[in-house]
Design a protein around this ligand. Structure first.
Ligand SMILES: *[C@@H]1O[C@H](CO)[C@@H](O)[C@H](O)[C@H]1NC(C)=O
Ligand SMILES: [Cu+2]
Length: 294
């Protein structure tokens, strides 16, 4: 059998892709069948990279159809699970947004607040890379229906040569036995900016502290409600300076000043060429081994 180049390429793409999808969720530390309580999206295991896109809310083509609502007691634990363990370095966060009507018709355009960050620990700049993320629903938030959104940002290809990658999904939950707190909220898209230090940071160079993008984490004891002074940083900036130097071959760098013509390769494992696309095109991930200016 003869395959056309295009068919062979797309076969290779589907086989080589091994990113991760947040596709299971559950109360406590167990999880339920895939997509039972999570909006199924059409992005397979690809990331969202446009900071202004609606796709940043619940992922590309996310559908509420047939999604059931998971009942969760305020103050109790919830767990998300991926198909393949998260492996791109970067932070993971969890957000909530209260539905202003029924969850099945709520598009996430209301306010969001953050309830959990897994940032970097120092020295070393270690990340929590796992297939399982367990966190606690704050005990003081009002009862009711919420979109529960988990997001991991792959920052392994430093900006601006590379673009941080958002892997994310939204679950439907109903919080019971809550309180009367009113967390300060942000909009998604809107909460993440190309000027956030946690977005622009180069983790291969003098990486000594890290602030997770987005608002501060809301807690019932005060922070995140507009008056707290904490931040997403998991380490004070005054940590001793111990930078880890990686072998040059693993540092994605772009020969300065070069640009890749439209349709040319601009990234992928083992690729060491130019990563900036000619104006009018942007670097899109095809799979781990091939990104193209489109
Ligand atoms: C590290 O801390 C400094 C000083 O507070 C801050 O300016 C910088 O943005 C932080 N870097 C990251 C990546 O969060
Ligand atoms: Cu990748």
């Amino acid at each position: 059998m003869k395959l056309s180049v295009a068919a062979a390429l797309s076969l290779a793409a589907s086989e080589a892709s091994a990113h991760y999808i947040f596709q299971q969720v559950g109360a406590g530390t167990s999880v339920n069948p895939v997509w039972k309580y999570i909006r199924k999206h059409t992005n397979y295991n690809s990331p969202v990279t446009d900071l202004t896109s609606k796709d940043l809310v619940c992922n590309v083509g996310a559908s509420a159809e047939g999604v059931e609502t998971l009942s969760v007691a305020a103050g109790s634990q919830v767990t998300f699970k991926t198909d393949t363990a998260v492996y791109h370095q970067g932070p993971t966060s969890v957000y909530l947004s209260k539905a202003d009507g029924s969850l099945s018709s709520y598009d996430g355009s209301g306010g969001w607040f953050k309830i959990k960050d897994w940032g970097a620990t120092f020295p070393g700049g270690e990340w929590t890379l796992s297939d399982t993320y367990t966190f606690t629903i704050p005990s003081c938030i009002p009862s009711g229906d919420y979109l529960l959104r988990i997001q991991q940002i792959g920052i392994h290809n430093p900006w601006p040569a590379g673009v941080p990658q958002f892997y994310l999904s939204c679950a439907h939950i109903s919080v019971t036995g809550g309180g009367s707190a009113s967390p300060a909220t942000v909009s998604i898209p809107g909460a993440f900016k190309e000027t956030d230090p946690g977005y622009t940071v180069n983790i291969y160079s003098n990486f000594n502290n890290y602030t997770v993008p987005g608002p501060e984490v809301f807690t019932c004891s005060g922070s995140g409600s507009g008056s707290g002074s904490g931040s997403g940083s998991t380490t004070p900036p005054s940590q001793p300076t111990t930078s880890t130097t990686l072998p040059t071959s693993t540092i994605p760098t772009s020969p300065s000043g070069c640009t890749v013509a439209k349709y040319g390769q601009c990234g992928g494992i083992g690729y060491s060429g130019c990563t900036s696309c000619a104006s009018g095109s942007t670097c899109k991930i095809g799979n781990d081994y091939y990104s193209q200016c489109l």
